[in-house]
Design a protein around this ligand. Structure first.
Ligand SMILES: Nc1nc2c(ncn2[C@@H]2O[C@H](COP(=O)(O)OP(=O)(O)OP(=O)(O)O)[C@@H](O)[C@H]2O)c(=O)[nH]1
Ligand SMILES: [Mg+2]
Length: 191
């Protein structure tokens, strides 16, 4: 299994070298409501494993480093609890893109997620920054369709504010290791 993974990794690296994308490095900030799966995502990217974490109550003083799609990234993992959301914009200034993680299975909190995304996009510092919205936990049966989520978070309006080329949405499952690769490919266009 490990050797298959290494083979796949070296194939991807060769492809990115051929495309002239090797050597690029991005600094990201991972935002979203508490319990969306931000820390789980970064841990998976760094180690390939999934495990559980206590809620992130304050930002780590360092970024997590990892590779995805043959590119090097550093990412800030910020907590999503209401009390720490005011810190988000300070970290956007330091970052070349935002990953905004939404729990696609938590119907009760979609409006709250949409509200926070709207507030974030309204901030001046976010104006020219690409924002990838990651609909996580799509492995769960109760995960809502992208169309329903887009309607409930008023995605069209958010895209109008941010610009259609600077806001994109992806369905992912950190648990299954699916979907986020496309988001990293999209982010790589801006590095
Ligand atoms: N089913 C499923 N559960 C997931 C997935 N990703 C994360 N989880 C679970 O979601 C819960 C919250 O994950 P965290 O990564 O701690 O969430 P967080 O966004 O870092 O939360 P805060 O640090 O409180 O802001 C944990 O129980 C994870 O195991 C996924 O893709 N599928
Ligand atoms: Mg966390």
């Amino acid at each position: 299994m490990a050797s298959l993974y290494n083979l796949w990794k070296s194939l991807i690296n060769s492809l990115w070298r051929a495309l002239g994308l090797e050597g690029k490095e991005g600094v990201l900030v991972v935002l979203g409501l508490d319990n969306a799966g931000k820390t789980t995502l970064l841990h998976r990217l760094r180690t390939g494993d999934v495990r559980s974490f206590p809620p992130t109550d304050r930002p780590h003083h360092h970024t997590e480093s990892f590779e995805c799609q043959g590119l090097k990234f550093q990412a800030w993992d910020l907590g999503g609890h209401e009390a720490v959301r005011h810190l988000w914009e300070d970290y956007v200034c330091e970052s070349s893109a935002v990953l905004f993680v939404v729990d696609a299975s938590d119907s009760d909190r979609l409006e709250e997620a949409g509200f926070e995304l709207d507030a974030l996009i309204g901030e001046k510092v976010v104006q020219d920054v690409p924002v990838a919205v990651l609909l996580n936990k799509c492995d769960l049966e109760e995960a809502l369709s992208s169309a329903e989520i887009c309607q409930r978070i008023q995605f069209d309006e958010l895209q109008r504010m941010q610009g259609p080329d600077k806001l994109a949405i992806f369905r992912i499952s950190v648990l299954r290791g699916e979907g986020y690769q496309a988001a990293f490919r999209w982010v790589a266009n801006f590095l």
